[in-house]
Design a protein around this ligand. Structure first.
Ligand code: 3HC
Length: 311
């Protein structure tokens, strides 16, 4: 064990990647499975709030753009479930945990999308927060996760821009559209800040995550980075940050803000958010309805394998 642990620690120390065939501590593997599972489920569940607006998109172009974005998210989920499989956990096992309410996914997706401005706010704020988190994760110590992040980050910037484009149209539109845009910011601002997780001092996992270089920056560091980047964007839209205590600290160059409502955070991540039941019911239903697709894909793969092995 000592020899293996020394080799593992040396790889981490030298900022080299841990690959699936490398020895790794069980705790490192379990930590990664937990986080990658949460990440993969978030990508797929995150398709639902936006998917609700595909049939109600205001133009063919906006429908095409939203469809492309949602398809990207499904692909991100597939990359991440594949990363989890390199850690010897099956996709079926992760999906079962999700269906049994034993798996995490990003709390922000448990809020409803009430109108088209919400689709803009999700693309701009939620994907914007995801970009800040995922750019940092490009340097995570686990090789397959790091490489998956590089690919995902390329697509996220399109997601953030399409959301901000919607917000620009709404903020420069009619009085009603401006009010819808402001209302969307009001409802998604704090849930987007919660995407970065609890404060570092309250985080059960950040200590190990930083020790093993799974996380390269802490929850609070990345949250502040997102706030500092996004407040000027709110102001450019002519909208206001729904936080009376949000103000620029001239000395630090960062924005101060009100404390987050961690009771709401824990309620939502523990299943008591506005849409938790709908999100899981829908996922269970669609998973069952599309069982035939998975079975056909497996049958085809087995047939192809049989044919190839007989040549
Ligand atoms: N929603 C749900 N659960 C959350 C959460 C959130 N916003 N933030 C933290 N949690 C959970 C953690 O999963 C952990 O749960 P557990 O102990 O039951 O496993 C607990 O709260 C404690 O939080 P920690 O900060 O100690 O946990 P982590 O070290 O795992 O850090 C994290 C939390 C920063 C979210 C980290 O897991 C992470 O970076 N995850 C991957 C990135 C991610 O989830 N991105 C957003 C979703 S993808 C997306 O937005 C798609 C976009 O394209 C639309």
């Amino acid at each position: 064990m000592e020899k293996h642990e020394a080799a593992f620690n040396a790889l981490i120390e030298q900022d080299l990647k841990i690959e699936p065939h490398d020895w790794m501590p069980d705790e490192y593997r379990k930590h990664l499975i937990r986080q990658v599972s949460q990440h993969a489920h978030s990508e797929v569940i995150g398709m639902q709030p936006e998917g609700n607006w595909l049939l109600r998109a205001p133009s063919l172009r906006s429908k095409q753009v939203l469809l492309a974005k949602i398809q990207d998210e499904g692909g991100h989920g597939l990359y991440l479930y594949s990363v989890a499989e390199t850690l010897n956990v099956s996709r079926e096992e992760l999906i079962t945990q999700l269906h049994e309410g034993k798996a995490r996914y990003s709390s922000v997706f448990n809020y409803p999308t009430l109108n088209w401005a919400d689709i803009g706010a999700i693309g701009w704020l939620v994907d914007g927060a995801a970009i800040v988190n995922q750019v940092s994760l490009q340097r995570t110590s686990y090789g397959p996760y790091s490489r998956g992040m590089v690919r995902i980050c390329m697509e996220e910037s399109f997601h953030q821009r399409q959301g901000y484009e919607i917000m620009i149209h709404m903020a420069r539109g009619t009085k009603e559209q401006r009010e819808m845009a402001q209302d969307a910011v009001n409802r998604f601002w704090f849930p987007a800040l919660m995407m970065f997780g609890p404060h570092d001092t309250d985080s059960a996992h950040t200590g190990n995550a930083m020790k093993w270089k799974i996380k390269r920056e802490s929850n609070d560091y990345l949250r502040q980075k997102f706030i500092d980047k996004t407040v000027p964007q709110v102001e450019f839209l002519g909208l206001t940050v729904p936080d009376p205590n949000c103000r620029l600290n001239e000395t630090t160059g960062s924005y101060e803000h009100s404390p987050l409502d961690w009771n709401e955070f824990h309620d939502v991540i523990n299943g008591y958010g506005p849409c938790n039941t709908d999100r899981l019911d829908h996922h269970r239903l669609v998973h069952q309805e599309n069982k035939w697709v998975r079975e056909a894909a497996v049958a085809y793969a087995q047939k192809t394998e049989t044919v190839n092995s007989s040549i």
